[in-house]
Design a protein around this ligand. Structure first.
Ligand code: ATP
Ligand code: MG
Length: 287
C-alpha cells in the first residue's frame, strides 16, 4: 500500500514537474521575479518595434512595422485575417526573429538578442489561446505552481509559500474573480474561467507586459463582459496588448486602437477615429 502511495506521489510530482517545464518552454514568465525598475521606461514606451520586417518564403508577413506601446497602456490591435497580428506577438516574445528592424523592451533590452525564455523572465507574459491550466489541481494550486515557475527548484505542492506569496495569490484570485472557486479543480471550471485562471497564472508572476491573442474566443456573453473588466483592470499596473476580432468587445475596452494590414500599421487612434478612417473602412471594416 505504502509502495503504491509512493508510486502515485512520484507520478504526481512528475506531472507537476512536466507541467512547469512545459509552461517555461512555452515562454511564460520564467526563472526570476521581475522587479520594478529593471525595465527602463524613462522615455515613455515599454515596447518599441521599429522598421520591423519578416518574410516567410518571400511573403512579407510584417512590412516596415512601427509600434510603440506605452508603460501601463491598454492597446487593442485589430486587422483582417493574415494582417500579421500573431506574428507581431511572435516577434515580441522571440518565437519569430525579424529579418530587420529593432525590437526593444524599455530603452535597453534588445529582444532580438534574447531567447524566448529570457524574454518571458524579463517580464513579457503571453496568453495563448488554448488554456494550459493543470486540470487536476485546484485553482489555488495552479496559481501556486505558476508562482513557483519563478524558482529554480523542483516544483512541489509541499513547497512552503511565504506569507507574501500567499497574499499575492489571494489578491490575484480576487482580480480574476475566482476567489469562490479557489478550492475547485481547474477541470471543473467553465471555459471562460479557465481562461481567467490562465491569465491569473501570468499575473501572479507580475509581468510588465501581457500579450493576449483572441481572449474571448468561445466565451459566453457574460464571460466576455467579465474579460473586458479583467483586462481593463490589469492596465495601469501592466501594459496590456490585446488582439481580437470581435468589434463589440474591442469597443468596450478600447483606448488606443492600432489597425494592422499587410504587416503594416494602417491607422492608429481611438475606436471612433479608426472606424471613420476611409482606408480602414475599405480594407477591413467595410468588408
Ligand atoms: N510560420 C509561418 N510560416 C509561413 N507563413 C506564416 C507563418 N506564420 C504566419 N505566416 C503567414 O503570415 C501572415 C500573417 O499571419 P498572422 O498569423 O500573423 O496573421 P493574423 O493577423 O494573426 O491573422 P488572424 O486574424 O487570422 O489570426 C499570414 O499570411 C500567414 O499565413
Ligand atoms: Mg492571429
Amino acid at each position: 500500500m505504502k509502495q503504491l502511495d509512493g508510486l502515485r506521489e512520484t507520478m504526481r510530482r512528475d506531472r507537476v514537474f512536466n507541467f512547469v517545464q512545459k509552461r517555461q518552454t512555452m515562454a511564460l514568465p520564467g526563472t526570476r521575479p521581475v522587479h520594478d525598475g529593471e525595465v527602463d521606461v524613462s522615455h515613455g514606451p515599454i515596447l518599441y518595434l521599429e522598421g520591423v520586417n519578416v518574410a516567410f518564403d518571400g511573403f512579407k508577413a510584417i512590412n516596415d512595422l512601427n509600434l510603440y506601446i506605452d508603460d501601463g497602456e491598454l492597446r487593442c490591435i485589430i486587422g483582417p485575417n493574415g494582417a500579421g497580428k500573431t506574428t507581431m506577438m511572435d516577434i515580441i516574445t522571440g518565437k519569430t526573429r525579424p529579418d530587420s528592424g529593432s525590437v526593444y523592451f524599455g530603452q535597453t533590452m534588445d529582444l532580438t538578442q534574447m531567447s524566448e525564455h529570457e524574454i518571458a523572465s524579463a517580464g513579457i507574459g503571453r496568453k495563448f489561446q488554448k488554456p494550459t491550466v493543470f486540470p487536476h489541481h485546484t485553482v489555488f494550486q495552479n496559481l501556486e505552481l505558476a508562482l513557483q515557475a519563478d524558482k529554480r527548484v523542483w516544483p512541489s505542492l509541499f513547497f512552503k509559500l511565504t506569507g507574501e506569496q500567499r497574499d499575492r495569490i489571494d489578491e490575484v484570485l480576487k482580480i480574476i474573480h475566482l476567489d469562490a472557486e479557489r478550492d475547485l479543480a481547474a477541470a471543473q471550471l467553465s471555459h471562460g474561467q479557465k481562461q481567467w485562471l490562465e491569465i491569473g497564472m501570468l499575473v501572479v508572476q507580475n509581468p510588465r507586459v501581457l500579450l493576449v491573442d483572441e481572449p474571448i474566443a468561445g466565451m459566453t456573453h457574460q464571460e466576455t463582459e467579465r474579460t473586458a473588466e479583467l483586462l481593463t483592470s490589469l492596465a495601469g499596473k501592466h501594459s496590456v496588448v490585446v488582439v481580437e476580432h470581435d468589434m463589440e468587445f474591442i469597443r468596450s475596452i478600447a483606448r488606443k486602437v492600432t489597425v494592422l494590414h499587410e504587416g503594416h500599421v494602417l491607422a492608429e487612434g481611438s475606436m471612433d477615429e479608426v472606424q471613420r478612417d476611409p482606408r480602414v473602412i475599405s480594407v477591413y471594416l467595410g468588408e
